[in-house]
Write a protein that binds this ligand. Structure first.
Ligand SMILES: *Cc1c(COP(=O)(O)O)cnc(C)c1O
Length: 371
């Protein structure tokens, strides 16, 4: 039996609502589920506005542009992240200013931010990593002190809170992804959240080729994207959102199980996900392991893959991305914890649809490797 690294969990009203789209013929972004999903998801995250888009990466493009981040603006962000935030900034001709990670939470080291603020700094782009959020109270405090914008990439944080408040409720703009391995999925999809009415209007416009209701149809003042979400995606998202409390409960149970079974690895120098901080309990979007060395990781991963157990490497740092070879941050030093995570980290099967039996096989195989 093989154990894929992710299995989605689509056992609620997904089929019923998607069928409704087909039966009524409402399949484009004009269908009624889109507005309903936006309203419900933004309310769930305590935000006034939700703007559904075609992916989390699309949400970042729109967020950066809508906030007016542009040529030469510096934006402080983690080097250890998915590449999407860096792409969005660089496409807007802004300058990513990178921060190292913490080995405890795997998030950006907030203590390093203040030293990197200059007269050109415009925003802090926070990326919450793998299930534990960044301490947003500290970020919001810094942003106020230095008059900076906050973009919150909460793509891995559906249902997570920070100091008791929903993740995605702290940024001037926050974004989510609904990719198939996220805690709520629409297959592909994303959402932008904000409180400001004008900012929301701007995001809606940018999502829709910058069509402007004040201009004649097909006359445009600025560039935009077609980043709209279909009614079928929103239908699925709505059905998923109905189950979010159960999903988070499940994920925390999976995390506890893996912790109980795999904590012996810590004696061999492994890092396991931190279970909690003063401001949040881990929701284990994925269950990661950080091996004591790169070769040890490679050996264990090869062993697991031979046993048909899926794994995924951790993110690769922004300052080591070949695509950024011409950027001033390329090959910069001072990111040793992020580099350790990128080189030695990987995650094991931990999707919402992964069964206890499958998790048992993963644990057995890891124990087998160390026996
Ligand atoms: C998944 C993810 C994204 C990108 O979302 P897509 O929908 O795949 O474009 C962005 N940021 C983070 C932190 C993610 O995990």
């Amino acid at each position: 039996m093989s154990v894929p690294v992710n299995i989605p969990f689509l056992n609620g009203n997904e089929k019923k609502y998607v069928n409704e789209c087909i039966e009524t013929g409402w399949i484009s972004s004009e269908g009624p589920f889109v507005g309903e999903f936006e309203a419900r998801y933004s309310r769930y995250c305590h935000r006034n506005h939700g703007i559904a888009v075609s992916s989390g990466s699309a949400a970042l493009d729109v967020a950066v542009k809508a906030l007016g981040i542009s040529s030469g603006d510096e934006v402080i962000m983690p080097t250890f992240t998915i590449i999407s935030p860096a792409f969005s900034l660089i496409r807007a001709a802004a300058v990513p200013v990178l921060v190292d990670s913490e080995l405890t939470t795997w998030n950006m080291n907030v203590a390093e931010i203040e030293d990197k603020i200059t007269a050109r700094t415009k925003a802090i782009l926070v990326v919450h990593i793998y299930g534990l959020p960044v301490d947003m109270n500290k970020i919001v405090h810094l942003a106020k002190k230095y008059d900076l914008l906050v973009i919150e990439d909460a793509a891995e944080m559906h249902g997570q809170t920070c100091h008791g408040r929903p993740c995605g409720s702290f940024g001037d703009i926050s974004i989510f992804s609904f990719y198939a391995n996220k805690n709520i999925t629409t297959g592909e999809g994303g959402m932008i959240l904000c409180n400001d009415d004008a900012l929301a209007e701007r995001c809606r416009k940018l999502r829709n080729l910058s069509f402007d209701p004040a201009l004649p149809r097909f006359v445009h003042h600025e560039m935009g994207w077609n980043y709209r979400m279909t009614n079928m995606q929103a239908a699925m998202g709505l059905a998923q959102l109905e189950q979010i409390d159960d999903f988070i409960h499940r994920k925390r149970g999976m995390g506890r199980y893996y912790h109980d079974e795999l904590s012996f690895l810590e004696e061999s120098g492994y890092l396991l996900p931190k279970q909690q901080t003063a401001y949040a309990d881990n929701i284990y979007w994925v269950f990661g392991l950080v091996a004591p060395s790169e070769t040890e990781k490679e050996d264990l991963v090869a062993y697991l893959n031979k046993a048909n157990i899926g794994t995924r490497p951790f993110f690769w740092c922004m300052h080591e991305q070949p695509v950024f070879a011409s950027r001033e941050f390329y090959k910069k030093t001072g990111f040793r914890f992020a580099e350790r995570l990128a080189r030695c980290g990987f995650y094991i099967p931990s999707g919402l649809g992964t069964t206890r039996e499958q998790m048992g096989l993963v644990v057995e195989a890891i124990k087998g490797f160390y026996a």
